[in-house]
Design a protein around this ligand. Structure first.
Ligand code: ATP
Ligand code: MG
Ligand code: MG
Ligand code: MG
Length: 559
């Protein structure tokens, strides 16, 4: 590739709209351009990196025996209705009607659709199966953010395993766990496997791969002593008692106007699907029961899932009083009613649990659209300070992190709903046991940049770099130098080294700056002085080290 022909529109200055380093640098170095919030065009350099990431993920998927497929991005409503997620997904799901008036969605994940394909499996002898794809996902995120980190349209490698029983699922899950560890290692992303909650997926267990980063939107709790790591949503040890007040909730603890009793709460008419009504009980300092009458099942599911609490969906106040009365110990309670946008449920909920007093909690909930990150972070730090590891009792650290991958044990939920059943060895028809496994490709690209950059630009690991080498003619107006640079370029290219030659009639300084900004791992500089003794300079982007090497042996110094 010739730089003079390459479309890599680098910018002199930092773009004003970008905060996260990856966002800023990918814009500045000419990798991406925004079409509209949450939708980016990937320019040639980004497409090359994306292809490298995909190749690594694909190789590790193939290595554990997974088979690649490609399922549609546009889905009819029916499978989603059968699983119950047509409603559950709420406003995060892009929906549309075709010309016949039939409801459709743009796929935000593919459990239902893969389960439909799995309907063709008919015997335990065909199991286990492991299927994956690279497919565009669409999610109407409430706040697209950070360039490629959180977009409304992104490529996911999603994979699904199908086993005859639980031990089979455990083995599949472990295989993916191993593959993910190797993938993030090869991508140069220091990802920590963390205990996580299952969100709207449902299922018995899940592990998130979290890359510590100040610009991450998740928070993880980590014990340096024993290695315990969990998403803060899961790490119940950091949940404080909201109240240790004995007895049933007293009226003044309800902070929604007009809601003073359990009866009021149950009768309270939520204005829209954005509303959840929640009564949180703290038992002996630990969250034990959540009573909800959520009008939005997504919120309810997330809430229950994240806390490990029980949802009591009784409509009758007397029943609820009975249930509460049956609990041992002293009860403290706080009642909150939060206008929560579906995807903001987590934040609203966290604020709810971590706020020290109900007024704070209420204010946060109401204002959930704005400033929540700042407040939440402050809260969590406060809460976590002095908290101790559930495993070993040592102090916990809390840090921000980017979720780069997520693996789930789903069980039989989707198979039952979609009719993916096989004949077991004993002749009975049983639903297959599923797992699901996701990695965001462009988010991975952003996470790599977050971990590999300096004040001059991106520093790609060799494994994902768009080119391995840039050849620079220091004096491009000198025909002898230009020819020697061409020769080096040809030699490198012919031995399979991905090389770009900077043949622009720019000053060397400009070329060096662009080489650094775009993050190409090696720069080979051919100049007048070196030519005199038959050498070129090889500069390593990561260290800045430069070595003089004979022109003929350049290729052995750029690997
Ligand atoms: P988040 O908590 O950040 O919203 P998620 O838990 O909703 O992510 P999953 O449903 O677990 O995401 O999807 C699997 C992977 O897809 C994530 O681990 C992440 O790498 C990627 N991903 C999810 N949402 C986005 C997005 N909006 N933009 C880019 N990548 C995403
Ligand atoms: Mg999400
Ligand atoms: Mg998540
Ligand atoms: Mg996830």
């Amino acid at each position: 590739m010739r730089w003079s022909q390459m479309f890599a529109p680098t910018l002199r200055d930092d773009p004003a709209e970008a905060d996260a380093p990856s966002h800023r640098l990918l814009l500045r170095a000419g990798y991406i351009r925004q079409l509209t919030a949450g939708h980016y065009s990937l320019l040639p350099l980004a497409v090359r990196v994306r292809a490298k990431i995909i190749a690594i993920v694909r190789a590790e998927m193939d290595a554990i025996g997974a088979q690649e497929m490609l399922l549609p991005a546009l889905h009819p409503a029916e499978p989603w209705q059968r699983s119950g997620r047509w409603d559950l997904m709420g406003r995060e799901m892009f929906r549309l009607r075709d010309r016949r008036g039939a409801d459709h969605a743009l796929g935000m994940t593919h459990e239902e659709i893969f389960a439909t394909v799995a309907g063709e499996l008919n015997s335990y002898r065909q199991l286990p199966q492991s299927w994956y794809q690279f497919q565009t996902k669409f999610r109407d995120e409430p706040r697209p953010k950070g360039g490629l980190m959180r977009t409304r349209e992104f490529t996911m490698k999603d994979a699904y395993s199908f086993d005859i029983d639980r031990p089979g699922l455990d083995a599949s899950f472990d295989a993916y766990h191993g593959a993910y560890t190797r993938i993030f290692d090869r991508l140069g992303i220091p990802a920590l496997p963390c205990e996580a909650s299952s969100g709207t997926m449902g299922g018995s267990g899940s592990t998130e791969f979290m890359c510590p980063s100040d610009v991450g939107e998740d928070h993880l709790v980590h014990c340096a002593a024993c290695g315990y790591a969990a998403n803060i949503e899961r790490a119940t040890s950091v949940l404080p008692a909201v109240s240790d007040e004995p007895g049933l909730p007293t009226p003044e603890r309800f902070d929604t106007p007009g809601v003073r009793t359990i009866e009021d709460l149950l009768a309270y008419d939520a204005p829209a699907d954005r509303q959840i009504k929640t009564l949180v009980y703290i038992l002996d300092g630990t969250l034990t029961l959540v009573l909800l009458r959520g009008d939005h099942p997504l919120n309810e599911q997330k809430l229950v899932d994240a806390t490990g609490a029980t949802a009591l969906r009784a409509a009758d106040p007397a029943e609820i009083r009975d249930a509460l009365g049956a609990l041992p110990g002293s009860l403290g309670a706080v009642g909150v009613s939060l206008p929560v946008i579906a995807d903001e449920a987590l934040r609203g909920r966290r604020a709810m649990f971590t706020g020290a007093n109900t007024d704070d909690v209420h204010l946060r909930g109401v204002d959930v659209d704005r400033d929540i990150d700042v407040g939440l972070w402050a809260d969590l730090r406060e809460v976590a300070a002095g908290e101790r590891c559930v495993r070993c009792g040592e102090p916990l650290e809390i840090q921000r992190a980017i979720e780069v991958g997520h693996i789930f044990k789903l069980g039989d939920r989707y198979a039952r709903a979609l009719g993916a059943e096989v004949l077991a060895a004993d002749g009975r028809r049983v639903p297959v046991i599923m797992g699901s496994y996701g990695i965001g490709v462009e988010r991975a690209m952003a996470a790599i940049v977050e971990n590999h950059h300096d004040d001059r630009g991106i520093v790609w690991p060799l494994s994902v770099a768009p080119f391995q080498v840039v050849v620079v003619a220091a004096q491009s107006d000198d025909s002898e130098v230009a020819q020697a640079a061409e020769d080096v370029y040809t030699a490198l290219t012919s031995t399979g080294v991905e090389t770009v030659i900077d043949d622009r009639s720019e000053r060397a300084g400009v070329k060096f700056r662009d080489a650094e900004l775009t993050g190409i791992p090696f720069r080979v500089t051919v100049g007048r002085r070196g030519l005199a003794d038959g050498t070129a300079e090889v500069t390593t982007r990561a260290t800045g080290d430069t070595v003089k090497v004979p022109l003929a042996s350049v290729s052995s110094h750029v690997r």
